[in-house]
Design a protein around this ligand. Structure first.
Ligand code: SF4
Ligand code: SF4
Ligand code: SF4
Length: 427
């Protein structure tokens, strides 16, 4: 196998990949605030009712929300991949956090092996693979929401859940993990496809399967560590999240009469307002996100560093980022989101004025926000958190779309509207 050396900024090092690095002009990306999710599955149903309601797609959930630590769709997708990596590189899957350096090496340097590097020594029945992976059995796809709301924890002498529920870590805990294709910068699905049927779009980095080229070899299903390509029995080819590209393109006059890019179905439907999706600028020379200080995604991931990639150690440079849940044991979160967890939780727990402002624009409207602005307001609350003074200000946050039009304006303090007494029970 001849491989290229490409730069993965999440790992802060070069790594082996099947193809040469080719970055899109902009990259589809999203930030999910796990702390806010109520597992209503509205996102799941929004995707399903738009794209996967046909015969043969019955078990196809491009967007899913699973309960961690036990839930998974397909079942144990992450545990199985982590085990394969550990077997390929026993004890070596570690980060060098002494090399952390602000914007260049935000999480330190990953010293272990990615799924691409581990695959060079991993021989399956067909010889060496492009990426370390496995194909889940049919039964693993059958229960998309298995172990919903099932906690793990420590039991007392009488078998009761005895430990108190207190921050910084709950002893009895679960949380919801919202998942879709990460439209990775180094997609394992692209690397593995022998038909070259999968491609990453130059304009927005969206990863698509060409339905005419695909022959259903399932190599993408095997290689994707997030298990987001899915095989359809009726057509015998694979399908995956298409990032609702007609909405992203802003080309559908029924959705976006002024052609401004819109967020996807699963993003705009989110009841808990946990989702913010956008298109980040890419610096072609650096092979990295270009500085774009007032893009909300750039701010959350690169400046505030409250949002972290999901399993960055897999090496695909996923473009989905998560604000980790505050109450979950840190060791579990560090394995899932890398070494940035402590800093992210600390920043989220006592947000700066700017962060609190940006957190307001999650799901405030449907257009993709390219830039935000914050106008300062008066102090409305003061308290002490972890021994430090912390204040809330009623700042105003304004979001602008691709064309520079204002599309959202709201305040940190939500206005309270009291109905007149004569209308108390009227709708
Ligand atoms: S999440 Fe999986 S299917 Fe999606 S781009 Fe990455 S490797 Fe491909
Ligand atoms: S982006 Fe669109 S296609 Fe992808 S999971 Fe969300 S709703 Fe489904
Ligand atoms: S719609 Fe939002 S709040 Fe509801 S399950 Fe999906 S991500 Fe969570």
């Amino acid at each position: 196998m001849t491989r290229s050396l490409v730069y993965n900024w999440q790992l802060a090092r070069k790594m082996e990949y099947t193809y040469e690095a080719r970055r899109p002009k902009r990259q589809f990306a999203f930030v999910f605030n796990i702390n806010r999710c109520i597992a209503c599955q509205t996102c799941t149903m929004a995707c399903r009712s738009t794209w996967t309601f046909s015969k043969g797609q019955e078990f196809m959930w491009w967007n899913n929300v699973e309960t961690k630590p036990y839930g998974g769709y397909p079942q144990f997708w992450d545990v199985k991949t982590l085990q394969l990596l550990e077997k390929a590189n026993p004890g070596g899957q570690v980060w060098d956090v002494t090399k952390k350096d602000g914007i260049n090496r935000p999480y330190g340097v990953f010293k272990g092996k990615t799924i691409f590097e581990a695959a060079t020594k991993h021989y399956g029945p067909e010889g060496a693979q492009e990426a370390l992976g496995y194909i889940p059995g049919d039964e693993e796809w059958r229960y998309p929401n298995i172990y919903e709301d099932t906690a793990t924890g420590y039991k007392g002498a009488k078998g009761e859940w005895s430990e108190p529920v207190m921050l910084p870590e709950h002893k009895t805990w679960f949380f919801y993990l919202q998942r879709l294709c990460n439209h990775c910068s180094y997609p394992a699905c692209v690397a593995a496809c022998p038909r070259k049927a999968i491609y990453k779009r130059e304009e927005d980095g969206i990863v698509l399967i060409d339905q005419k080229r695909c022959r259903g070899y399932k190599k993408c299903v095997e290689a994707c560590p997030y298990k987001k390509p899915m095989f359809r029995g009726t057509t015998r080819i694979s399908e995956k999240c298409i990032a609702c590209y007609p909405r992203i393109e802003g080309k559908d006059p029924h959705i976006s009469p002024d052609h401004a890019p819109m967020e996807t179905r699963c993003m705009t439907a989110c009841v808990g307002k946990i989702r913010l999706q956008g298109l980040v600028k890419i610096d072609q020379e650096k092979g990295e996100w270009a500085e774009d200080r007032y893009n909300p995604l750039y701010y959350l991931v690169k400046v505030a560093k409250v949002a972290l990639p999901l399993y960055p150690q897999f090496g695909t440079e996923p473009n989905g980022y998560y604000i980790p849940p505050r109450w979950v044991p840190r060791a579990y979160l560090q394995q899932m989101f890398g070494p940035g967890v402590d800093e992210a939780i600390e920043k989220y727990s006592t947000p700066s004025r700017e962060l609190l402002g940006v957190l307001q624009i999650f799901r405030a409207q449907q257009k993709i926000i390219y830039r935000y602005e914050i106008k300062e307001g008066k102090k409305i609350y003061e308290t002490t958190v972890n021994g430090k003074k912390w204040s809330i200000y009623d700042d105003t946050v304004i979001g602008y779309d691709q064309k520079g039009n204002e599309v959202v304006r709201l305040n940190v303090e939500e206005p309270m509207i009291i109905r007149e007494a004569k209308r108390v029970n009227s709708i």
